[in-house]
Design a protein around this ligand. Structure first.
Ligand SMILES: [Zn+2]
Length: 101
C-alpha cells in the first residue's frame, strides 16, 4: 500500500510535498524522463539553498528502484526498505496511469 502523498503544482508543474525528519514540509517540483533503462524522476525543492541540497533523483526500470538520497543509500543499515522520495514517486504511479487513460 502506497502512502498518501500530497500533490500540488509549482509554476504549473506537478509537485509533491514531503516532510523531512525535522517536521518541515518541502515542496518538490517533479520532472520525469523516459530512457532506455526505464524512468528517471527528478525532484527539486523550491529553495534559496545555493548548495542545492534539496534535490533527489529517483530511478526505476519497472522492477527495482533507487534514489540518490542518503536514506536510500543507508536503508539496510537503518532497517528500512525504501525512502520518502521513492515512496512519493511510487504513489504517483496510479495517478499517472489514470491520466494516460
Ligand atoms: Zn530518497
Amino acid at each position: 500500500m502506497n502512502p498518501a502523498v500530497p500533490i500540488t503544482t509549482v509554476d504549473g508543474r506537478p509537485a509533491v510535498e514531503i516532510v523531512n525528519h525535522e517536521g518541515e514540509v518541502w515542496t518538490y517540483a517533479l520532472a520525469a524522463e523516459r530512457g532506455p533503462a526505464g524512468w528517471t524522476c527528478y525532484q527539486v525543492a523550491r529553495t534559496d539553498d545555493p548548495e542545492g541540497a534539496h534535490r533527489h533523483t529517483v530511478r526505476t526500470n519497472g522492477q527495482s528502484w533507487e534514489c540518490s538520497c542518503p536514506a536510500w543509500r543507508y536503508r539496510r543499515r537503518w532497517n528500512r526498505t525504501s525512502c520518502k522520495h521513492v515512496d512519493s514517486v511510487r504513489a504517483l504511479g496510479p495517478w499517472l496511469k489514470a491520466l494516460e487513460g
